[in-house]
Each structure stands twice: as C-alpha cells, then as structure tokens.
Design a protein around this ligand. Structure first.
Ligand code: SF4
Ligand code: SF4
Length: 86
C-alpha cells in the first residue's frame, strides 16, 4: 500500500470515529456533590459548553454545544464528571 493510500484510510477512520462520538447517545453528567466548582472544566472546554459559578454554586452544561471531546472529564481532578445516558 502506498503512503498516500494509507494516509487517506487513516483520515477516513479518524473522521468516522469523531462523527460516531458526536452522535452518541450520551452526555456529560456531573456528580455535583463531589464538584469543587473549580472551573477547570470550563476553561478547558473548546466549545464553551460549560458554565461554572462559584458565587451561585452552579455548574451547567449546554449539551447542544458539547462535541463530546471528553477534555473536561480528563481535566477534572475531583473525578465527578462522567458519561451518562441521555
Ligand atoms: S473540573 Fe470538576 S470539580 Fe472543577 S468545576 Fe469542573 S466538574 Fe467541578
Ligand atoms: S466533552 Fe468537550 S465539548 Fe463537551 S463539555 Fe466536555 S470539554 Fe466541552
């Protein structure tokens, strides 16, 4: 197989995986009792999908904005973010 064909197959597999993740039947859930409202998930989210207010003691997710990259889950040191069924 030529390197060009290998690259094309690699790109195809990558975008198929990305699209299947985006249409998956899950969303990000927060075990709010464990959440420290530190805001790290908000700052790492590339889609501006998370809003954290220490003042109001709220954590909210705009699920329509979320592209399911899981960066917030990886960043959360309290480990209170998980994938939950929609
Ligand atoms: S990173 Fe975790 S602990 Fe911090 S605000 Fe987000 S969900 Fe809460
Ligand atoms: S999964 Fe990605 S896009 Fe969705 S809320 Fe977390 S960081 Fe933002």
């Amino acid at each position: 197989m030529s390197p060009e064909v290998g690259m094309e197959i690699g790109k195809f597999v990558f975008f198929e995986l990305l699209n299947s993740n985006r249409s998956a039947k899950w969303r990000i859930g927060n075990n709010i009792n464990e959440c420290q409202l530190c805001g790290k998930c908000q700052s790492v989210c590339p889609s501006d999908a998370i809003s954290v207010s220490r003042h109001n003691r709220t954590w909210t997710l705009n699920n329509r904005r979320c592209d399911k990259c899981l960066q917030c889950v990886l960043k959360c040191s309290a480990r209170c973010l998980t994938q939950v069924s929609r």
